[in-house]
Structure formats: structure tokens, C-alpha cells
Design a protein. Structure first.
Ligand code: NDP
Ligand code: 2IT
Length: 456
């Protein structure tokens, strides 16, 4: 039908112009632009079907954060020297609930990175169906090589400013790269001290003894493996006996490996910014946890202590290792077009993003064109934030649920997210395209709430 073609062309051109406006407005934020582009590229069908959304300029509104907070963080190191860092919190969208999303402490953190993460978080959180808005924050503070006392002083200084913007019904941070249980503890202690309130729901990822939820530590990794299993099920397969490669060796990577092993997979690799380990016998997770979670060591230490079956490769790419299933769980843009071509040559069947935006757009295209099942982070790694929302529910009810209950809820959420992404893609004629399905479904939930709430 020529008229449909014309509309589609017009919508695509309009979306491209919108993208350019967003890029011009905030230059120098390449990761944010990439995240916006990846969403806009898939939204034409919904704007064609529902012109009122275009009329109401909902996408322009979503791409503009509701509030951006930048602040100075001054603290003292163990030598008594003054250190100055920058703190960020981007409160992106609260149409569906309080701002919710992690804090990242890494030297690479800047406003563009926080905005990319916050933008992704809006759609991810909408997909969980659990009533949480989107936000993200962090600092260019580098926790690597810092003592516990230094990390504590930094967290206290960071929270001394951030606390005035938070609240269990306002904005609820959690962890991300460089922020785990230790940091959440120090942040919570300082929040409580300043506000004189036991407000458990103001942070998630807390310790089990003081308001934390069972399964939160495991949730992102477990969730991504559950999502991968759902994608494989559609193809009449499961994880039993599959060769799995995992990148990263932090929170997400470790529990990805644990769940994949529990489902019978052979998990071969982990990595860090220095290199990767290939362990032909399959990872020894107890040893990995001891080195990473207790000693805060490197994957090279793992290879040394594991003995014969493990090799450490300095530099290089973990995606050089052929596998049936690849689960990137380190950081953005870590799986490139060349890596994707390698994976396809090695016969990969599924790639699912534990990290946020780890696969470059060119790599996504290669994988999808080759018929590989591709799980985008917004859907595949939503188990972490979903379990954070379950932690908030438990905090609000002043109760705590057993591990099995939270794990069962998590499995249900991941199944629903998979089915929603799958069915939405079908409905819009993008069968099997989980990127389009997740973006369209997440966008519709946020857009409908915004329309109903007036000019916000
Ligand atoms: P951690 O800090 O626990 O671990 C991060 C891992 O990724 C480390 O092995 C680290 O290696 C590696 N890494 C980080 N930056 C780089 C880099 N620039 N180059 C190479 N390797 C790097 O973080 P998480 O496991 O929590 O987070 C991993 C990813 O998962 C991130 O993309 C995060 O946004 C995403 N995510 C996390 C969730 C959570 O609940 N924690 C939820 C959903 C997504 P090194 O030590 O050498 O830096
Ligand atoms: O990217 C993410 O979803 C997270 N880092 C978890 C956020 C959260 O609030 O649990």
C-alpha cells in the first residue's frame, strides 16, 4: 500500500530528525546518543499506529531527564590528602514510580554515561511491570586499590550531598559497576545518620540482616540466564550441555555463571579489564568467588590458583572463544562487530546482555542477520532491578521473604518480560526481534502513563 509506505517513510524521517535534535542539544555524549538511537530506530511502528503519541511529543519528553543533579564530592584519603570527585544523579522519568536505578563508581563515569544508563533504565523498569521509574547515578571515583576506610569516607561524602534528593517514594539508588554490598552499607549508614530515619526502602541491595532481600545479589545474573533459557525454549532448546562464554567477573558475571552451571551448561570464561580466563574444565565458582568477592583480586589470580585447566590471556577478547551461548556481563560496547562475526563463525545460537549496552549496534545487526537469538539488556538484565523492587515491597511491609519465594517471583518476572517482548515484536510485525519488542513494550507503558498524567 503506497500510503503506508509514505507514512512509514515520514515517521522514519521524523524520528531521524528528532534524533539529530537530541544529539545537537547535548553534544559530547556518545553513549547517550547511541542508547537513544537504538530505541528510536525501533519505534516507527508505534508512532504509525498511534499518531497521538507523536502529537503529544512524548518521545521528546522522555529523552529529556526530569532532573539532573551534579555535585562536588570532597574526601580525605589514607595519607591525609584531599581528593575531589564529581557526583551525578539523573532523575530521568517518574511516570511509573519513584526514580530507580543504580550508582556506578568508575573513573570513566561522566554525564553522558549516566544519561545512557538512566535512559535505558526507564524502559527496563517499565518492562518489569513493578511500578518503578528510571534514574541512574554515580561518580568518577575509582574504588580500585582504595582501602575500606577510603571507600567509606568517599561514600559518606557522596551521600552527604545526595541524601536531600532521595527518599523511598522519591528516588531509590542501588549498585552498579564498583558499587556492591560494602558501598550500599556505607551509603545507607550515612543516609540514616543525616536524616535520623530508618527508611529501609531508600536504597536496595542492602545486607540481609538490615533490610536487604534474599536473591538480590544473584538476581541480575540469574535473571539473564532465565531469559536466555526462555529464548532457547522458543527454539526447542535448553542450556543443558551448552558451551557458555561470560565476560566480566563482577556481580553479574559470577551469578550468571552460577545459574548457567546449575542448568547444566559448561561455563568456560570470565574476564576483567586486564584479560580473560578460559577454563576448559568449566569454572570453579567457589574459587572465583573467594578471589573476587572476598579478596577483591583479579581473574589472573584465578588462573594461577586453578592449575592446569585454566589459562589467562592478557588483553585479547573473550569473544575469540567459540561458544553456543555468549553472555556479555562487563560493560558497554565490549562486544564489537568483529567479535560478533567471530561468534557467528563459532556457531553461537544465543547472545544475551547481562551488562547494559555491551553489544555495539553493528554487532547487534550481525547477530540478528545471522538468526542468533539476541536478548537486549533492557529485557535480559532486568532481573536485578526487578528484585530491587521486590526489596522495596518487603521494606514497605516490614517483612522479608525466603530465598525460594524471591527466586520464584524473579523467574515469573523474567518469563513475563520475555513473553511481553516476544509478543510485542509479533504484534508489530517484527517477529523474533527482542530489541524491537522490548523497546516498543517499554515505551508504550511509559508513554501511556505520561499521556494520562497530562503535560509532564
Ligand atoms: P562489577 O563492578 O561487580 O563488575 C564489573 C566487571 O566488569 C568487572 O569484572 C570489571 O573488570 C569489568 N569491567 C568494568 N568496566 C570495564 C571496562 N571498561 N573494560 C573491561 N572490563 C570492565 O559490576 P556489575 O557486575 O554489577 O555490572 C556489570 C554490568 O552489568 C554493567 O554494565 C552494569 O551496568 C550491568 N548491570 C548490573 C546490574 C546489577 O544489579 N549489578 C543490573 C543490571 C545491569 P575490572 O575489575 O578490571 O574493572
Ligand atoms: O542497571 C541496572 O538495572 C542496575 N544496576 C540495577 C538497578 C537497581 O536499582 O537495582
Amino acid at each position: 500500500m503506497p500510503s503506508t509506505t509514505t507514512t512509514e517513510r515520514t515517521t522514519t524521517a521524523w524520528l531521524a530528525a528528532l534524533e539529530q535534535r537530541i544529539e545537537r542539544r547535548d553534544p559530547g555524549e556518545p553513549e547517550f546518543h547511541q542508547a537513544v538511537r537504538e530505541v528510536l530506530e525501533t519505534l516507527a511502528p508505534v508512532f504509525d499506529a498511534r499518531p497521538e503519541l507523536r502529537e503529544a511529543r512524548v518521545m521528546e519528553r522522555i529523552a529529556e531527564p526530569e532532573r539532573q543533579i551534579l555535585f562536588r564530592v570532597v574526601w580525605q584519603d589514607d595519607q591525609g590528602r584531599t581528593q575531589v570527585n564529581r557526583g551525578f544523579r539523573v532523575e530521568f522519568n517518574s511516570a511509573l514510580g519513584p526514580y530507580k536505578g543504580g550508582l556506578r563508581f568508575h573513573p570513566s563515569v561522566n554525564l553522558g554515561i549516566v544519561k545512557f544508563l538512566g535512559f535505558e533504565q526507564i524502559f527496563k523498569n517499565a518492562l518489569t511491570g513493578l511500578g518503578i521509574g528510571g534514574g541512574k547515578g554515580g561518580s568518577d571515583f575509582d574504588p580500585r586499590g582504595r582501602s575500606d576506610a577510603e571507600v567509606m569516607r568517599f561514600c559518606q561524602a557522596f551521600m552527604t550531598e545526595l541524601h536531600r534528593h532521595l527518599g523511598e517514594n522519591t528516588d531509590v539508588p542501588a549498585g552498579d559497576i564498583g558499587v556492591g554490598g560494602r558501598e550500599i552499607g556505607y551509603l545507607f549508614g550515612q543516609y540514616r545518620r543525616i536524616t535520623n530515619r530508618w527508611e529501609a526502602g531508600v536504597l536496595t541491595g542492602k545486607g540481609i540482616g538490615w533490610g536487604g532481600s534474599q536473591t538480590r545479589t544473584e538476581a541480575t545474573g540469574y535473571g539473564n540466564v532465565l531469559f536466555t533459557s526462555e529464548m532457547l525454549k522458543v527454539r526447542g532448546e535448553d542450556l543443558e550441555g551448552q558451551r557458555v562464554t561470560v565476560s566480566g567477573s563482577g556481580n553479574v558475571a559470577i551469578y550468571t555463571a552460577e545459574k548457567a552451571q546449575a542448568l547444566g551448561a559448561h561455563v568456560l570464561t570470565v574476564s576483567d579489564s586486564g584479560g580473560y580466563v578460559i577454563d576448559e574444565k568449566g569454572l570453579d565458582l567457589e574459587l572465583l568467588k573467594q578471589i573476587k568477592e572476598v579478596e577483591r583480586g583479579r581473574v589472573s589470580d584465578y588462573a594461577e590458583r586453578r592449575g592446569g585447566s585454566a589459562r589467562y590471556i592478557t588483553g585479547g577478547s573473550v569473544w575469540d572463544v567459540p561458544s553456543d551461548v555468549a553472555l556479555p556481563s562487563a560493560t558497554q560496547n565490549e562486544l564489537t562487530e568483529a567479535d560478533a562475526l567471530n561468534l557467528v563463525r563459532g556457531g553461537v545460537k544465543a547472545v544475551s546482555e547481562g551488562a547494559n549496552m555491551p553489544t555495539t549496534p553493528e554487532a547487534v545487526r550481525v547477530l540478528q542477520a545471522a538468526g542468533v537469538a539476541f536478548g537486549p539488556g533492557k529485557a535480559a538484565n532486568a532481573g536485578g532491578v526487578a528484585t530491587s523492587a521486590l526489596e522495596m515491597s518487603q521494606n514497605a511491609a516490614r517483612t522479608s521473604w525466603p530465598f525460594e519465594r524471591v527466586e520464584e517471583e524473579l523467574a515469573g518476572v523474567m518469563r513475563r518480560i520475555h513473553d511481553t517482548a516476544y509478543e510485542t515484536a509479533e504484534r508489530y510485525g517484527r517477529s523474533g526481534d527482542y530489541v524491537a519488542g522490548a523497546n516498543l513494550a517499554g515505551f508504550e507503558r511509559v508513554a501511556d502513563a505520561m499521556l494520562a498524567q497530562g503535560l509532564i
